[in-house]
Design a protein around this ligand. Structure first.
Ligand code: PMP
Length: 425
């Protein structure tokens, strides 16, 4: 919480001198200074000044089971006893790959990498290698990480900071990236048909999580599947956020739509750095050493990550995590809607499963509508919530995440804080 001489403030002053922007990822640069974390357990995160918050950011999604889950912790600890980087294959790689391909029948084969960005970069390269074509189509406001070809009208921090297009990315690269609005099958169809001869892939978040959550309209994903199939365009579902969240099999299971390729991250590594890309056998066979699409990584298939991932999958298989969270998510969204209407505000709630957000404006259906929401009003609200001990992602465009560690009393506190702080908006 803000104060004149907090340790967080001092650390940020120091950091700004030696770390660009003071942070390792831009949305963390909360002004006037971010809180510096000392520890986190279950649903709580504690800062270096002794303040404790109920955390609905959850590391921006990976901590589906909460912070420091005992089974994940034990799995990592056991791995540490045996060393944590080999540069060789290991049994747990095969074990986790089996669990992931079982949950995602669309993935005959996969590859482990170290981040969601690496996963989407590699998936796009593989799709281009497979089709021999150059162009990709992404959705406006979709966020697929920080490599050159997807930093066009990108969501997440890029939109929060008003920098959806990045300097330093050559036009020669982005000219191959086309954009269509979410939930608009006509625009997508037109672009695909017009560029059919050179269109390698459509990459999209099936539920938009980086300017949202924004849900697909009924049948939209099925129509996307149809038009990509008819035009021999590889359909990549970027399920870095939705994977293992909406259901064990992600949004593709939830909406019953089968992509050609999938990217995963976040939850599949149990909170350790991770990415996965995979898909149809004939596509994944293009990747080196089998094929000529090059992809590699010193930390890919990292032993500690694999252990954390397997422990996470075990909990998801053995406990009723998704049903529980999806129900609680429904309750939260319905209570928030009531709070908004009781307060007579012109706001709307959006979300699905364990993702929820109050939009300071109408719940958007695409990027252009998102930009109409009251970004700075939201930021003031975020700060009031923080003062009341609730940590939400600091942007109108980042979704809030409920975890399995949140108790009913945590949720009640959240709703009480929404009620009192929305009234002041
Ligand atoms: N794709 C999506 C849908 C994401 O939400 C993110 C990160 N929030 C990424 C890709 C990039 O993942 P990472 O930050 O692990 O590189």
């Amino acid at each position: 919480m803000e104060g004149e001489n907090t340790k967080s403030k001092q650390l940020y002053e120091q950091a700004k001198k030696i770390i660009s922007g003071g942070v390792s990822s831009p949305v963390r640069a909360i002004q006037p200074y971010p809180f510096y974390t000392e520890s986190a357990q279950g649903s709580r995160i504690k800062d270096v000044d002794g303040n404790e918050y109920i955390d609905f950011c959850m590391g921006y999604g990976p901590n589906l089971l909460g912070h420091a889950h005992p089974e994940i912790k034990q799995a990592i600890a056991e791995q540490l006893d045996n060393g944590w980087l080999y540069g060789t294959p290991l049994e747990n790689e095969v074990k986790l790959a089996e669990k992931v391909t079982d949950a995602y029948p669309s993935m005959d084969m996969l590859r482990f990498v170290s981040s969601g960005s690496e996963a989407t970069m590699s998936a796009i390269r593989t799709a281009r290698g497979y089709t021999g074509k150059n162009k990709i189509l992404k959705i406006e406001g979709g966020f697929h990480g920080t490599h050159d070809s997807v930093l066009v009208k990108a969501g997440s921090g890029a939109t929060t900071l008003g920098k959806p297009n990045s300097k330093g990315v050559p036009e020669e690269v982005t000219k191959h990236t086309l954009q269509a609005p979410f939930n608009d099958i006509e625009s997508m169809t037109e672009l695909i048909e017009k560029n059919r001869d050179d269109m390698a892939a459509v990459i999209m978040e099936p539920v938009m999580g980086n300017i949202g959550p924004i849900l697909p309209k009924e049948n939209y994903l099925k129509e996307v599947r149809k038009v990509t199939e008819e035009n021999d365009v590889v359909l990549i579902f970027d399920e870095v956020i939705t994977g293992f969240r909406l259901a064990m099999g992600g949004a593709q299971e939830y909406y019953n739509v089968t992509p050609d390729m999938t990217t995963l991250g976040k939850i599949v590594g149990g909170g350790m750095p991770v990415g996965v890309f995979g898909g149809k056998r004939e596509i994944m066979d293009m990747v080196a050493p089998n094929g000529n699409v090059y992809q590699a990584g010193t930390f890919s298939g990292n032993p500690a990550t694999l252990s954390a991932g397997i422990a996470t999958m075990d909990v998801l298989e053995n406990e009723n995590v998704h049903d529980t969270l999806n129900k609680k998510g429904d309750e939260i969204r319905s209570c928030l809607s009531d709070i908004i209407s009781d307060a007579g505000l012109d706001y709307e709630v959006s979300g699905i499963s364990s993702m929820f957000k109050v939009f300071f404006g109408k719940a958007p259906t695409n990027y252009q509508e998102t930009l109409k929401c009251d970004k700075s009003g939201y930021f003031d609200f975020f700060k009031r919530m923080l003062n009341d001990g609730i940590f939400l992602p600091p942007s109108q465009f980042e979704t809030n995440f409920l975890s399995y560690a949140h108790s009913d009393s945590d949720i009640q506190k959240l709703l009480n804080a929404y009620e009192s702080n929305l009234k002041q908006s």
